[in-house]
Design a protein around this ligand. Structure first.
Ligand code: NAP
Length: 251
């Protein structure tokens, strides 16, 4: 495989599992030194590091709770101290809480919903703010959203959708702010993934898959390639864009 990312340093939030792990592997295969975060899956994080090292590339994992916004500056300092700089930020870490429960549900776990807002929205903003101060010229910010970031196709997803819509719009503002430094900022709207975060109940899943043009769930690797494209030198004139990789949810 060619190494379009040779000499680049990437940070992928939430790289221990799912799409984040697939992205860590792909960016490392393409030549980047890759730092990633996790919050609780230490063994899985170490397995991803070992796998990357086994292929002769560099990776390091940092335990860093994205819901704690005060952690973001120290995380970015750790990445720069370890790899000497930062070129690519992939905002991938997120949780899905309360899916399927409507906003008027009296038993809603509002504390858990608040933690989701902190993780998926405020935490992403904190990492972008801290990273933006050190990102080198020709840098890349890629924010992982969801089809629900632009269209809420089922009941019971208001809070999750709001976090995704919010970081999409924030990323557009970042594209405007950092464009003069030749740093791009884009969104990938991911879709339902095999092996990813908790999927909805079987009936909702069937409806959701039936609403997709491709009539199937995606694989993390199919979405990681969209992220890798936006991280690559080939995407130098793409900024403020949303790249849909969700099997045609909006088609
Ligand atoms: N899966 C889907 O069907 C789907 C659909 C549309 C969009 N997406 C989006 O795609 C992205 C990846 O989803 P996924 O399914 O791959 O997720 P996943 O398998 O649940 O993995 C989530 C990753 O984020 C990390 N993480 C969670 N909370 C964190 C926190 N507070 N601080 C730091 N790291 C944290 C996890 O670390 P630990 O392993 O330590 O918990 C893990 O590495 C997310 O942005 C999600 O919203 C997913």
């Amino acid at each position: 495989m060619s190494k379009p990312l040779a000499g680049k340093v990437a940070l992928v939030t939430g790289g221990s599992r799912g799409l984040g792990a697939a992205t860590v592997r792909l960016l490392a295969e393409q030549g980047a030194d890759v730092a990633f975060t996790y919050v609780s899956s230490e063994k899985q994080a170490q397995a991803v590091v070992d796998e990357v090292h086994g292929k002769g590339a560099k990776a390091v994992a940092f335990k860093s709770d994205q819901a704690d916004t005060s952690r973001a500056p120290a995380l970015i300092d750790d990445v720069v101290a370890h790899f000497g700089g930062l070129d690519i930020l992939v905002n991938n870490a997120a949780i899905a809480t309360g899916q399927g429960r409507t906003v008027d549900d009296p038993d809603a776990d509002t504390a858990a919903l608040d933690r989701m807002h902190a993780t998926n929205y405020l935490g992403v903003i904190a990492v972008i703010r801290a990273a933006s101060r050190v990102l080198r010229a020709d840098g890349r910010i890629i924010t992982v959203s969801s089809g629900l970031g632009s269209r809420v196709g089922t009941p019971g997803a208001a809070d999750y959708a709001a976090t995704k819509s919010g970081i999409e719009r924030y990323t557009m503002g970042v594209a405007r702010d950092l464009g003069p430094r030749n740093i791009t900022a884009n969104v990938v709207e991911a879709g339902l993934m095999e092996g990813g975060m908790k999927t909805p109940d079987p009936e909702t899943l069937k409806t959701l898959v039936g609403s997709l043009s491709l009539q199937r769930m995606g694989h993390p690797e199919e979405i990681a390639v969209a992220i890798a494209f936006l991280a690559s030198p080939a995407a130098s004139y793409v900024t403020g864009a949303v790249l849909d990789a969700h099997g045609g949810y909006n088609a």
